[in-house]
Structures are given as structure tokens and as C-alpha cells.
Ligand binder design. Structure first.
Ligand code: AMP
Ligand code: ZN
Length: 471
């Protein structure tokens, strides 16, 4: 398969180091708030990559960290501690916040059919490992102590800016945010491996270390968690595009300095979900969650479908109108599959199956072209193959796409059978309620639900569509 590699800036044939096996690492969430649907775009597309690798017969081991310490708001070494910020906001301890938002993250992932990685490691459980690796970096002369903190010395590397040509002035992130520069750094690009002189008086999480009581920098966690669980060589490292610098750049610096050889072969970066007013971010406080989509009556899988309609290396603009369009298309797609489920008899037409399967592989195997993969799904529906062949293909594609296509189609087919029993008066109100919800007139939608209830029926918007039951 062809995969774009941010390291080489081009599409390359993906060849795992060990035949048949893939080691894959994903930067996990910083658990100080709910994941927003931008974060989840990255996890959806990484999930597709993992599932497609498995689909081609590769044995994937995927590892993810949970950032519950060390991540500052600038992504560098300046700004507030994100976890502390979350804890203060909610008057809870950092660990309480971490537990709550880790659970919330995996609950959101489950709703979006994102598989949980094989190994998930909260950073706070690996402190000894961070200290061990930092000690090796100190012994090898790649790290130094200044003002009580331990820094990575980027001047010791032949090439630091591996992904792009960042200039020194671009690095003044903290300065831009009005935060003072760290005068302890020998070089502007140096970064903290271990903080002992925390500028946060109320630093809650801290541990003993050879350099004093403190806590790890953010970047070291991913290097250590990856190397400990996946070994000294990594096939694919994933993350959102904002992670490429400084986070992934620093991960490469530390890991390769520690190992003494090249570390990861392929870097997979998902581009951002933006709104019309810019990048969706957790720190700005204005972001959309899966729960909000559900409250507004959207099935989370409509959002997954929306993401799959565009390529992961293009930024994607979110708007309610765009999501509505995806919903209409998705509902129509399910409605097209639904009648196939009524008669599954007959043998699979092998020639058609192979032809359409090859087209799907060509799409996904071309740098995970999910939009093209969905087009092949329509080609299946349009083809002259029998229902059994079509359903076999759709079911197989859905192992990668993760849209519950057959399940939803079956639910749709059976709900269509039940609908005729419902009085026309109720159905009319149901349609009016649908329209009100579409226009986001939730007050009217609520009123219509009450009127439907007064006629003895209950209406529910579920993942499978609208359900109407007798009370
Ligand atoms: P965080 O929880 O902030 O550490 O981010 C979790 C993941 O979401 C990282 O891989 C980020 O690169 C990614 N990410 C952050 N913002 C966006 C966005 N607007 N669109 C897509 N991915 C994002
Ligand atoms: Zn990371």
C-alpha cells in the first residue's frame, strides 16, 4: 500500500520492518477536558489506517499514551499546565480529572466505532521509565541541567527540524502568548525533559528523581511508552498535524539520541478539522463534543461518515450544514442497502466480488483514500451482482469503514415494516418534528414530541434512525 510519509514528504510503498507485522504508535489525548470532534477526526482516520492494515492481513500492535501530566498550553515549555487548569476549573484533583476524561474519551471512541489500541498507557504510570531514559540522555551528553530543570540539547543533533524548515523566530510560541522565555535554555529549540523548578506553586503531581522532586516534560512520555512497548524500531507513528512540531520533532530527537539509530520509518499526520472561525481547539474552550452532536439528534456515526468523505491530508471544515448534508447522504446510503437484506439467498459471484474488492483496495491502498472507498461502495450498489455478493462486499468494506452499514440497513428494513401501523396524524407530526430539529428549533421539536405523546406514541431518535413506539 502507498502511504504518505511526513518525513520524506512523499507517498511511499509501506513496508513494515518485520514481514507481516506492524508496530504503530498514536499520541493519545490530554485528559483535562472532553475530546472535541477535531481531536476525534484524527483518531477516526488513525483507526481507519489501523483497520486497513489489518484488512490487508498485517498483524498490527498499536500503542497509545494518555497524557495526564506535563503538557503545557503552548505545546512547548511555556504556558499553563493543562491538567492543573482542568483540575482548577472543576475543583477536583488532577487524578480525578484524568480518570473522568480518560473514560469519557473511550466512551466517545466507542460511539464512533474507534477501536481501543492494544496497549494504553497513562503517562503517570511510567515515571521510572522516563527517569531511566533521561538518565541515559544525560550520560550520553544529550541533556543538561540548568536552573534545576533537565533540558535536551538540540545543538548535539545533526538535524533537528526533520519535518520542515522551522526558523528560530517561529519557535517563540511562548513569547507570542505573552509568556516569558526560559533563560535556562542553551539553544532556543531545546526542550524540557524533567522539571524540578516548577513555576506552578500548586504543582500537584511530583515525583523523586536524581535531579530533585519534579515531573516529566510532555514529549518524553511518547518516546518512552513507544520504545518500551514496541521496541527500538517503530513502523508508524500517528498524530494530528499540529503534533509534528514541536512534539514529534522532539520525540525523534530524544528517541534517536537514546537509541543511537533511526527510530520510526513512517509518520502519519491527520490534518485539522476547522470551523469557519479557525482551528477547533480544546484550550479556546469553544469546541464541539460527541455528546453535543447526540443532543442535537445526530448519530455519532454520521460524523464518522462525514470525516470519511474527505481525505485525511486535507483540512476539513465543520459546519452544521455540512454535517446535515452528510446525514442526508448517509441515510440514503442505508436506505439503499436496506432492501438487500430481505433476500440474501444465492451464491457469491466471485468475479464481481474480486473486481469490486480490488477497487476498494486500490482506493484505501492509495494513501487511505476513504472518499474513493465510499465511491466503491456505491459501485457495489450499482453493480449487477446479486444481494449475497453485495452484502458480502459491504460487510467486508465495513470492517475498515466502521459505519455499521449492515446493522443499520437491517434495522431500517425492519422499521419500514412496522411504520404502516402508525396513524397518519402521528406520522405528520413526526415529519414536522424532523423539520424542526433540522432547523434547530428545539422548542418546537419538544412541543411536537409532547403532541405525539398525547396521541399515544413515543418518538426516539436513535443511532439507527427515528423510532416510533406505542406508549
Ligand atoms: P490533545 O488531546 O490536545 O493532546 O490532542 C489529541 C490529538 O488531536 C492530537 O493528535 C492532536 O494533534 C489532534 N488534534 C488537535 N486539534 C485537532 C483538530 N482541530 N483537528 C484534528 N486533530 C486535532
Ligand atoms: Zn505524543
Amino acid at each position: 500500500m502507498q502511504l504518505y510519509n511526513s518525513l520524506s514528504h512523499k507517498k511511499e510503498e509501506f513496508i513494515p520492518r518485520e514481514a507481516g507485522k506492524v508496530s504503530m504508535y498514536t499520541c493519545g489525548p490530554t485528559v483535562y477536558h472532553y475530546a472535541h470532534i477535531g481531536n476525534l477526526r484524527s483518531y477516526i482516520m488513525e483507526d481507519i489506517l489501523e483497520k486497513y492494515l489489518r484488512f490487508t492481513g498485517l498483524d498490527v500492535k498499536r500503542v497509545m499514551n494518555i497524557t495526564d501530566v506535563g503538557h503545557l498550553t503552548s505545546d512547548g515549555d511555556t504556558g499553563d499546565d493543562k491538567m492543573l487548569k482542568g483540575a482548577k476549573r472543576e475543583h477536583k484533583t488532577v487524578m480525578e480529572i484524568a480518570k473522568f476524561y480518560t473514560d469519557a474519551f473511550f466512551a466517545d471512541c466507542a460511539k464512533l466505532n474507534i477501536k481501543t489500541p492494544d496497549v494504553v498507557v497513562p503517562a503517570t504510570t511510567y515515571i521510572d521509565e522516563f527517569i531511566r531514559v533521561i538518565s541515559v540522555l544525560m550520560d550520553k551528553g544529550y541533556a543538561y541541567e540548568a536552573g534545576g530543570n533537565i533540558y535536551f540539547d538540540t545543538s548535539k543533533l545533526e538535524k533537528y527540524y526533520v519535518f520542515n524548515d522551522f526558523k528560530e523566530e517561529d519557535l517563540a510560541v511562548g513569547v507570542r502568548e505573552g509568556v516569558e522565555e526560559d533563560g535556562n535554555k542553551r539553544n532556543k529549540a531545546d526542550f524540557v525533559l524533567w522539571f524540578t523548578k516548577s513555576k506552578f506553586d500548586d504543582q500537584e503531581l511530583k515525583w523523586e528523581s536524581p535531579w530533585g522532586v519534579g515531573y516529566p516534560g510532555w514529549h518524553i512520555e511518547c518516546s518512552c511508552i513507544s520504545m518500551k512497548n514496541l521496541g527500538d524500531y517503530l513502523d508508524i507513528h500517528c498524530g494530528g498535524i499540529d503534533n509534528a512540531f514541536p512534539h514529534h520533532t522532539n520525540e525523534i530527537a530524544q528517541s534517536e539520541a537514546y537509541l543511537g539509530h533511526e527510530w520510526c520509518n513512517y509518520w502519519f499526520h491527520v490534518h485539522h478539522l476547522n470551523t469557519n472561525s479557525g482551528k477547533m481547539s480544546k484550550s479556546s474552550g469553544e469546541f464541539l463534543t460527541v455528546s453535543l452532536l447526540e443532543e442535537k439528534g445526530y448519530d455519532p456515526l454520521v460524523y464518522r461518515f462525514f470525516c470519511l468523505q474527505s481525505h485525511y491530508r486535507k483540512s476539513l471544515v465543520f459546519s452544521w450544514e455540512n454535517l446535515d448534508n452528510a446525514k442526508v447522504t448517509f441515510d440514503k446510503l442505508i436506505a439503499k442497502i436496506a432492501p438487500l437484506t430481505a433476500d440474501k439467498s444465492g451464491d457469491i459471484d466471485k468475479a464481481e466480488y474480486d473486481r469490486l474488492m480490488a477497487a476498494f483496495n486500490e482506493a484505501l491502498g492509495n494513501d487511505i483514500n476513504t472518499a474513493m472507498g465510499i465511491t466503491v461502495l456505491y459501485d457495489v450498489l450499482k453493480s449487477g451482482a446479486n444481494n449475497a455478493t453485495k452484502l458480502a462486499l459491504i460487510g467486508k468494506f465495513d470492517e475498515v469503514l466502521g459505519l455499521d452499514l449492515i446493522k443499520k440497513a437491517e434495522a431500517k428494513a425492519s422499521s419500514a415494516d412496522e411504520t404502516p401501523d402508525i396513524p397518519a396524524e402521528v406520522m405528520e407530526l413526526v415529519e414536522q418534528r424532523k423539520a424542526a430539529r433540522k432547523e434547530k428549533n428545539f422548542a418546537l421539536a419538544d412541543e411536537l414530541r409532547d403532541r405525539i405523546a398525547a396521541l399515544g406514541y413515543e418518538i426516539k431518535e436513535t443511532r439507527e434512525g427515528t423510532q416510533i413506539n406505542k406508549l
